[in-house]
Design a protein around this ligand. Structure first.
Ligand code: PEP
Length: 248
């Protein structure tokens, strides 16, 4: 298996204000020049511009973008808009958006394609609900979700995937290591089926209740290429140990 540079990304969701620039600066000072790991923070869109100016080596991303370039889409932001604000990538298909905004796999693929068109990176999220996990069909469900959400122009230089079991997000529950390994292996197979050898270079992050206590174990699981971190990314003292736990 090819060793990919770990990618540790914080998703601040609907949290944070300009007062929290100090948190970004602490993260950038401690980890921004670490060449062994890629670090990203996705603040709310209102903070992208200010964060981008103080990011040092930390990549600043958005949490979503619209698939269209412009038009009558009140409250939405295009890929070009988030890029102009200073983002270099965006999350797409987070389960909270799939659930709250009814985003479909086709919507997610179109958003990822829009990011590619704007020369931005994407982290494409997939994951099963608890009912789907309990049904015993999680692997079939999540690989089908990935296959349907992958954009046409998917390639390893701009696309990452995040496996985020919905039942693990913000709950303190984490799948056992064997289940994470089995899902990542299945997602890898889906990527190489679709993209050929290129699929081996796509980083597959794990997300869902990653914290300083479990990060080292999770990040050591075969084919876990990093972590997408919610709650524990909101403070430097809880996010930095996760970055430090990434294998080099
Ligand atoms: C997330 O929402 O992407 C996430 C992983 O959240 P948490 O780390 O809080 O479970």
């Amino acid at each position: 298996m090819r060793q990919l540079k770990p990618y540790i990304v914080g998703n601040w969701k609907m949290n944070g204000s300009s007062a929290d620039l100090a948190i970004l600066k602490a993260i950038a000072d401690a980890a921004g020049s670490d060449t062994g790991v890629d670090v990203g923070i996705c603040p709310p869109a209102t903070l992208i511009a200010a964060f981008a100016q103080s990011a040092g080596g930390v990549h600043i991303g958005a949490q979503d973008c619209h698939a269209k370039t412009s038009g009558a889409h009140t409250g939405c932001l295009s890929a070009a808009m988030i890029k102009e604000a200073g983002a270099t990538f965006s999350i797409v298909g987070h389960s909270e958006r799939r659930a709250d905004q009814g985003e479909t796999d086709a919507d997610v693929a179109a958003k990822a394609e829009a990011l590619h068109d704007a020369v931005l990176g994407a982290i494409l999220c997939v994951g099963e609900t608890l009912d789907e996990r309990d049904s015993g069909n999680a692997i079939a469900i999540v690989t089908a979700q990935l296959a349907a959400s992958l954009p046409q122009s998917a390639s390893a230089d701009w696309l990452s995937v995040a496996y985020e079991p919905v039942w693990a997000i913000g709950t303190g529950r984490v799948p056992v290591a064997d289940d994470i390994a089995a899902m990542h292996a299945a997602l890898r197979a889906t990527l190489t089926d679709r993209m050929g050898a290129e699929g081996a270079g796509v980083r597959i992050l794990y997300g869902g209740s990653v914290n300083s206590g479990n990060a080292a174990e999770i990040l050591a699981i075969p084919d876990v290429g990093g972590a997408l971190v919610g709650g524990a990314s909101l403070k430097a003292e809880t996010f930095l140990p996760i970055i430090q736990a990434a294998p080099r």
